[in-house]
Design a protein around this ligand. Structure first.
Ligand SMILES: Nc1ncnc2c1ncn2[C@@H]1O[C@H](COP(=O)(O)OP(=O)(O)OP(=O)(O)O)[C@@H](O)[C@H]1O
Length: 249
């Protein structure tokens, strides 16, 4: 699904300084976009608008060209995985299918198949607290894939993970993205993570800039560790860091 953000403004309260004004951008079907910016610039607010949790004060968000209700069509993945602690991994996985009214047996079989693909085999009957942070994120992502939503918004999903798990999860996410082809918008504070994962990076400005600066990441997929040593990687990182520094002046 493609997303078209058309001159949106947002204020949490009337007469208060807006979080942003006049933001426009377009995201193509199956694109991977990273969203970076200084703390408090409005990244989460923007994600909540895209996901339909908030409505823009002005402007509109079009999903495949239409101004329909976005809730239920776009998935939001926050840092906390939102798994139900009293349900096993299998039972957590079947939730979106249960909601769609799919028969129990069929739902369980579909989830079991995916559990394998998501590297969670053997954990079907475990509870979320038995799993590592990275594994819980996989279950959360599996659940999002089962909703059938073609746009997935990530709000710093890996920031609580240790460096090695995080790197493994980045590679895993890219693999899953290539397989299922959702459109992804991914907030991160980590510039290297943004470059490693995405095709384009949006740097969200701060008051009074409040606009979006775009960086193209030209590397092909699949991507691997050696990317971090490429001169072009360093060049993009420097350009983004310079952009971030410029916002602090
Ligand atoms: N519910 C709310 N009511 C009023 N103001 C809010 C609310 N949520 C966020 N804000 C304000 O809106 C601005 C943008 O916040 P937001 O959380 O979107 O930024 P962010 O870029 O995601 O920040 P961070 O990187 O620190 O997570 C901040 O000034 C914040 O204080």
């Amino acid at each position: 699904m493609e997303l078209n953000v058309d001159k949106i403004h947002y204020s949490y309260q009337e007469n208060k300084e807006p979080v942003f004004e006049n933001i426009s951008f377009k995201v193509e079907k199956s694109e991977f976009i990273a969203l970076v910016g200084p703390s408090g610039c409005g990244k989460t607010t923007l994600l909540h608008i895209l996901g339909g949790l908030l409505e823009p004060t002005k402007g509109q968000v079009l999903l495949n060209g239409s101004n329909t209700d976005r809730m239920g069509k776009i998935s939001l993945m926050p840092q906390e995985d939102l798994l139900l602690p009293w349900r096993t991994i299998l039972e957590n996985g079947v939730l979106p299918l249960e909601i769609k009214g799919i028969k129990k047996e069929e739902a369980r079989n579909r989830v079991k198949e995916l559990i394998k693909e998501f590297g969670l085999e053997g954990y079907e009957n475990a509870y979320p607290h038995h799993l590592s942070g990275g594994m819980r994120q996989r279950v959360a992502f599996l659940r999002n894939i089962l909703t059938g939503n073609k746009v997935i918004l990530f709000d710093e999903p890996f920031s609580a993970l240790d460096a090695l798990t995080r790197f493994k999860m980045q590679k895993w996410l890219l693999k899953m993205w290539q397989k299922f082809k959702p459109t992804i918008i991914f907030i991160t504070h980590d510039v290297e993570e943004a470059i490693f994962l995405s095709q384009r990076i949006f740097l969200l400005g701060k008051i009074p800039n409040r606009n979006i600066k775009e960086f193209i990441v030209p590397f092909k997929y699949p991507r691997d560790n050696d990317l971090l040593g490429y001169p072009k990687f360093t060049e993009i990182r420097q350009a983004i860091l310079k952009g971030l520094e410029g916002l602090e002046e």
